[in-house]
Design a protein around this ligand. Sequence first.
Ligand code: B4P
Length: 191
Amino acid sequence: MFNLILFGPPGSGKGTQSEKLIEKYGLKHLSTGDLLRSEIANQTALGLEAKKIMDKGHLVPDEVVIGMISSAMEQHPNAKGFLFDGFPRTASQAEALDKLLALNNEEIAVMLALEVGEEELVKRLMKRGETSGRSDDTNESVIRARIVEYLQKTTAVADYYHTFDKVKLIKGEGTIDEIFSALCKEIDEKL
Ligand code: B4P
C-alpha cells in the first residue's frame, strides 16, 4: 500500500491536486472536508453539529473526524493506498491515524506540504465562495479564522511527521499543472 498525506492551509489546493493525484496513482481519496460536507448535505445529526463549527472557521472535534476516517478506511480494505486530504489536522489526529494504519502493518509513506502565502489563500477562497455555495468561503473573517486555526493547531501535524523525516515541502503557488508535476516528482521518488 502507498499512503500519503496532502497537507497545507485552507485554500492551498489540496482538493484540487487530490483529484489529479488519485487519477494518476489509483489511490483512494479520503477528504474529511468532503465527508463532513456530505453529512451536512444529508442533514445527519453529525452534519448539523459540524456545520455550526465549520461556519465559524473552527475545527470539528478530533473524535468525530477520526471516527469518520476509520469507517471510511474499513470500507476500502483492498485499496492500493489512501490519499488523506485535510486529515490529520491536529497532533491527536496524526497519532490516531498512525495507530489505525499500524493495525494493518501500514504507515504513511510521505506528507506533501503545500506552501501558499496568506493573502493568496484569502483571494482563492473568496473567489471560490462566489460559486461554491460553501458558507465557510463567503466571509473574509471566517476565512481568516480558518487560517488562524491552521497556524494554531494544524502546523503541529507537520512537526509530528518531521520527527519521522516524512515531510516534503512543495511550492503551492504557480499553475495547477506546475504544482502537480512537483508533487508527482516527490511521489515517484518514494514509489
Ligand atoms: P477542507 O474541505 O479540507 O478544505 P479547504 O481547507 O477549504 O481547502 P483545500 O486546500 O482543499 O483547497 P482547494 O483545493 O479547494 O476543510 C473545510 C473545513 O472542514 C475546515 O475549515 C474544518 O472546519 C473542517 N474540517 C475538515 N477536515 C477536518 C479535520 N481533519 N479536523 C477538523 N475539522 C476538519 O483550493 C481552494 C481554491 O483555490 C479553489 O477554488 C481552487 O480552484 C483554487 N486553486 C487551487 N489551486 C490553485 C492554484 N495553483 N492557483 C490558483 N488557484 C488555485
